[in-house]
Design a protein around this ligand. Structure first.
Ligand SMILES: [Zn+2]
Length: 400
């Protein structure tokens, strides 16, 4: 039974209750700096210097010949695109240690003299000089297996030693050739220690980034964002292949198996797809053969549509560096962690090495503050934090 209270006390109690209840917050009531952002949330950029996307090419050496590659690299250089070009180290059996040149011989300047040579390896002195020149110009030279045919464990060991003699370091990128025909590939006999084509031991000794020719090498055929690895769950690393083969660094390329050439590049890297790559902070590590389909047969220069498309790409602020550099960076960024705690953003470098030029992507143009000042976003949303030392943690408040 409720106690009987004088009417005045009941009315006072009702007023007190009303005063104690919080009134529902209107959006405009929220004090500055205290609003909780919905997703998209605060996150880290994978790339340094606030570049909004990364793009490079990892070429397959199958049809390589320096005289056909040279005009293409003139264009890459003028567009400031640094790429990864792979090379065979040794002649294939069919080339009879270079005697194939007599088959390719034709009057200087003729079509045959220019278009016939293929898979010309580092073993050839002129090719060696050409690739050393590319490396000096900032491109990355990777190894496309020892030769065009199957190579034994001993061949592979010799190839790594020879590569190191030529360039002063082992290759940072190793691209398998044909998994179907070449026995040293991991899907063939390369991961079988009983095979004379066992390659896994040598690869684990030198630890390059390895592109395994197989089902996990490119995004699935059905993936509509095959031109952008950041849009494909998991890549650029293929952790399934890492587990399956017991090899630490396996990567994926963008593109599709058919027509990995100049025509395919024009089709996949349309202006719309390049725009999407930029808008989504994407990553392209392009699978292509820098073969005659990149060249105008008459002028022997890069085809005009390809030159125009690369010009469009290069007009954007992409990160245009070789694949090894991109993959090393993303591997480091896997261990840089951003945590959001209420109105704070905490960035922690869990690597045992420093990470250069880290940026946080701000949602809705919000700034970060700490005792050293206010860090405002650029137009892209990137807030540059600079270098994070090994094990360093930085804490910020979210401010306007
Ligand atoms: Zn190949």
């Amino acid at each position: 039974m409720a106690p009987k209270l004088p009417g005045i006390l009941i009315r006072l109690a009702a007023v007190g209750l009303a005063l104690a209840l919080p009134k529902p917050l209107q959006t405009d009531d929220v004090p500055a700096g205290s609003r909780i952002d919905p997703v998209p949330e605060w996150r880290l950029s994978l790339y340094p210097d606030a570049h909004p996307f990364a793009f490079t090419i990892v070429s397959d050496a199958d049809s390589s010949y320096s005289r056909r590659l040279a005009p293409l690299f003139e264009e890459f250089d003028s567009d400031r695109l640094k790429i990864t070009v792979t090379a065979f180290v040794f002649w294939a059996d069919w080339a009879k240690k270079g005697k194939i040149w007599s088959d390719w011989a034709a009057p200087a300047g003729s079509e045959r003299a220019f278009f016939a040579p293929v898979a010309v390896p580092l073993e050839d002195a002129a090719e060696r000089a050409f690739y050393l020149g590319l490396a000096a110009r900032g491109h990355e030279v990777g190894m496309h297996t020892p030769s065009d045919n199957s190579d034994t464990t001993e061949d592979l060991a010799r190839a790594f030693v020879r590569f190191e003699e030529i360039f002063g370091h082992p290759p940072s990128v190793y691209v398998e050739h044909s998994g179907q025909s070449n026995k040293e590939t991991l899907e063939n006999e390369g991961s079988d220690p009983r095979s004379r084509y066992y390659s896994l031991g040598i690869l684990n000794r030198y630890r390059p980034w390895v592109w395994v020719d197989g089902s996990m090498a490119l995004p699935r055929r059905s993936n509509p964002r095959y031109f952008d690895l950041a849009a494909v769950k998991g890549p650029p690393f293929t952790d399934d292949a890492v587990r399956h083969y017991g090899i630490p660094k396996v990567f994926m390329r963008t593109g599709k198996w058919k027509s990995a050439d100049g025509d395919g590049f024009l089709e996949w890297y349309s202006k719309a797809n390049i725009d999407a790559l930029e808008a989504h902070r994407g990553l392209a590590i392009v699978y292509t053969h820098l073969n005659e389909k990149w060249l105008d047969r008459k002028t022997r220069k890069m085809r005009d549509p390809l030159r125009a498309r690369l010009g469009y790409l290069a007009s954007k602020d992409g990160w245009f560096v070789p694949a090894g550099t991109i993959l090393d960076r993303i591997a480091l960024m896997k261990k840089v962690v951003l945590r959001r705690e209420d109105l704070r953003v905490i960035v922690e470098n869990r690597n045992t090495s420093a990470v250069a030029s880290v940026s946080v992507i701000s949602p809705k143009g919000r700034s970060l503050c700490n005792e050293t000042g206010v860090f405002r976003p650029r137009a892209t949303g990137d807030i540059l934090l600079g270098e994070l030392q090994a094990g360093e943690t930085r804490r910020f408040g979210i401010c306007r």
